[in-house]
Write a protein that binds this ligand. Sequence first.
Ligand code: DQA
Length: 147
Amino acid sequence: MSSILVINGPNLNLLGSREPGVYGTTTLEDIERLCAETAGRCGLQVACFQSNHEGAIIDAIHDARDRHRAIVINPGAYTHTSVAIRDAIAGVGLPAIEVHLSNIHARERFRHHSHIAPVAVGQITGLGPKGYVLAIEALADIINKGG
Ligand code: DQA
């Protein structure tokens, strides 16, 4: 069975209590459960990974090459700073969708630019946890079309 890797970057382990006015009260555990349910419905397996460390995220992207067919990534603040995560995604060549809980384009100017977006299939931003659901559904279509 095809498998998708869901990566959550720095500070997303604090979801539920972190700035609830911006990110809501859904916990990372809730989001990971939602991802597992969605993947199951799409006939896919899912693995979830969270790290606050750029290098660990890069290692997870590299490891995905042999284990997974696609990546969902919320890179957190690394979205706006990490050329290295962008290069890792481009390097492994797996289809990736960038997800943000908040609408990064409606927030501070420094959040408007994403290093990741140009190497992603697409970006889903501002739809809360639903963004992960939509990303998995879209990747399921891409995987199934690709055979
Ligand atoms: C975020 C948006 C980023 O700008 C921020 O640094 C985060 C979370 C989001 O999901 O809305 O950590 O990726």
